[in-house]
Structure formats: C-alpha cells, structure tokens
Design a protein around this ligand. Structure first.
Ligand SMILES: *[C@@H]1O[C@H](CO)[C@@H](O)[C@H](O)[C@H]1NC(C)=O
Ligand SMILES: *[C@@H]1O[C@H](CO)[C@@H](O)[C@H](O)[C@H]1NC(C)=O
Ligand SMILES: *[C@@H]1O[C@H](CO)[C@@H](O)[C@H](O)[C@H]1NC(C)=O
Ligand SMILES: *[C@@H]1O[C@H](CO)[C@@H](O)[C@H](O)[C@H]1NC(C)=O
Length: 274
C-alpha cells in the first residue's frame, strides 16, 4: 500500500511539474503525459461512420489543440487530429472515438498538465486472444508505448475498450475475465510499470448474445488500479454496435472524470485536505 502510495505521489508530483518543462517537451517533440488507447472498433472510433463513410463532422469537444499530440504509425509525434486511428486501424473507416474528447477534458481539468500524447493502438474486430502477449497487436502496443516515452514523458494510463468480439461464443465470454486480467498484467510487466493505471470501458454493445457476461468480467476486474467506466446506455449508431460521435464525446469525458478521481489526481487545486 505504502509503496503504491509513494509511487502515485511521485507520479503526481511529476505530472504537476510538467508545466515547467512544457516548452522543453515541445522542443524535444515528446509529450510529458502519455496515454495509450487500445481495444477494438469503439476505441478506434466509428462515430459518424455510416455505411463505411465518415461524415467528417468533428464535435467541438474533439477539436485539435496544439497541446494534444498523436504518435503516428511511423512513431513520430504530430498534432492530433481526428480520426485518431486512421493510420493504425487501416482496413476500416475510422471516425470519432473517445480519445480527443478525453484529452481535451484532461487539459481543461488541469491546464497545467503540459503536452498530452495519445498513442492509438486499437484495431476493429479484434478479440482478446489477438491481444495476448506475443501477438502482433500486443507487440505493437508495447513498441509504440515505449517509443512514446523514449525521449521523456510518462505513460499515465492505458485506456482500454474491447470485448464486443468476445460476446459471440459462450466459451470466449466465460474466459474473458481471466483473459483480460492476464492481458493487463502482461502489458504492465511489458512496460515495466506494475501498477500502470488502467481505465477500461464496460461494453455498450456486442457482436453476440453474451454481452452481459463480458460486462460482468469488466465491471468485476480484480486487479489493483484498474477502473471501469460503464458505457451501457450510451447512444449507438444504426448498426447497434458502434457509439455515435456524441456518445464517444460523453465516453471520453467519463474517462477523464475517472482519471481525475483516481489517485494521484483526486486532489483538487483548492483542496484543504492534508
Ligand atoms: C510519419 O507520418 C506522418 C503522418 O502520418 C507524416 O506527416 C510524416 O512525414 C511521416 N514521417 C516519416 C519520417 O515518414
Ligand atoms: C489489414 O489487412 C491486411 C490484409 O488482409 C492484413 O495483413 C493486415 O494485418 C490488416 N491490418 C489491420 C491493422 O487490420
Ligand atoms: C479470435 O479472432 C481470430 C481472428 O479472427 C480467430 O482466428 C480466433 O479463432 C478468435 N479466437 C477466439 C478465441 O475467438
Ligand atoms: C474548489 O474548486 C471546485 C471546483 O472548481 C469548486 O466547486 C469549489 O467551490 C472550490 N472550493 C473552494 C473551497 O474554493
């Protein structure tokens, strides 16, 4: 407990001091606060995509900001623009996901947070077996996450939204909880960050009948420092599978709220608590 607290405290202190180094962070092209985005289509973003065509509408909450950067597929930083996953989830049409609304909310909630770096890694239609340690997706996630902090910065959290593909077979759904926990444990050890904060999303929809089993696994994950945000009830597109752009905005803001409510970020600036 104590060690976890100290770790979180030091992360908090360095997060808050990010501001002083912001100019430097920009100069070295490397954001101080890095978030990994992974999972399947609803993380990659299908908001505004109807019949394979994105309508190009960017909600104000998802607007670009010079303080929000994106690690492109070729591992270079650039100003983040929608769709965030366009060069990662390349076989599908990407639209609005939760990432930009999340990043804008984090900036708004803590304007001193410095440059935010988003590391898109999600790929549509992938089941959790395809993310197991040693797979291409797992290796790509680790490679991109490491590259993101190669010249400074800290990985603040993994945002994970996946599981729709694991609702088709009862066996997959039943095994989801142990697969998820193994995956998260492996990512943490792969990144040498044993208590890396994880914000995962409980499904709003699924490709098969076993959505509730997967949701229960997500809501009941038993690892420390893993928080779940529930997407159930958020608006779906006519395909009944993908969140609308507005729903993705809501989800991004819910994830940011969860991020701020979690140590080391529960301390409001005006906190009078010791
Ligand atoms: C990397 O990709 C970005 C856009 O995705 C592009 O602007 C940039 O020129 C590329 N850099 C290299 C070194 O290929
Ligand atoms: C895209 O499709 C090609 C050809 O089927 C495949 O090799 C590749 O892995 C796919 N990439 C992604 C990100 O889905
Ligand atoms: C996961 O998806 C892959 C690729 O579509 C498929 O080969 C595999 O059987 C699936 N695994 C499970 C456990 O559903
Ligand atoms: C602290 O900040 C919150 C949010 O900005 C505000 O609602 C609250 O009134 C403030 N409390 C004090 C004591 O200033």
């Amino acid at each position: 407990m104590m060690i976890e607290f100290l770790f979180l405290l030091s992360a908090y202190v360095s997060f808050m001091s990010g501001n002083a180094q912001a100019t430097d962070g920009y100069a070295t092209d490397s954001p101080k606060n890095v978030f990994i985005l992974a999972g399947q289509s609803n993380m990659a973003g299908r908001g505004g995509v109807i019949d394979g065509i994105w309508d190009g509408i960017i909600p104000p909450e998802c607007k670009s900001n010079p303080f929000i950067r994106r690690l492109s597929a070729n591992l270079s930083w650039e100003e983040a623009t929608e769709p965030l996953h366009r060069d990662i989830d390349v076989n599908k049409t990407c639209g609005i996901g939760p990432g930009m609304a999340f990043a804008n909310s984090v900036l708004q909630g803590d304007p001193s947070s410095g440059y935010i770096g988003l590391v898109p890694c999600a790929v549509g239609g992938t089941n959790i077996s395809q993310w197991a340690r040693g797979t291409d997706l797992y290796n790509q996630l680790i490679r991109r996450a490491r590259a993101a902090v190669q010249s400074g910065g800290i990985i603040r959290a993994l945002l994970w939204y996946q599981g729709e593909s694991d609702t088709v077979s009862f066996e997959d759904a039943r095994r989801y909880k142990s697969n998820l926990q193994r995956f998260l444990t492996d990512v943490r050890s792969g990144l040498q960050s044993p208590i890396l904060p994880v914000f995962q999303v409980a499904l709003a929809s699924g490709e098969g009948p076993y959505v509730e089993i997967v949701r229960q696994a997500q809501l009941g994950a038993e690892l420390p420092n893993v928080r779940c945000v529930d997407a159930k009830g958020l608006e779906l597109q006519p395909d009944n599978l993908h969140l609308t752009a507005q729903a993705q905005v809501q989800l991004g803001e819910m994830l940011a709220d969860a991020f701020f409510q979690t140590p080391p970020y529960p301390l409001p600036r005006n906190s009078t608590k010791a």
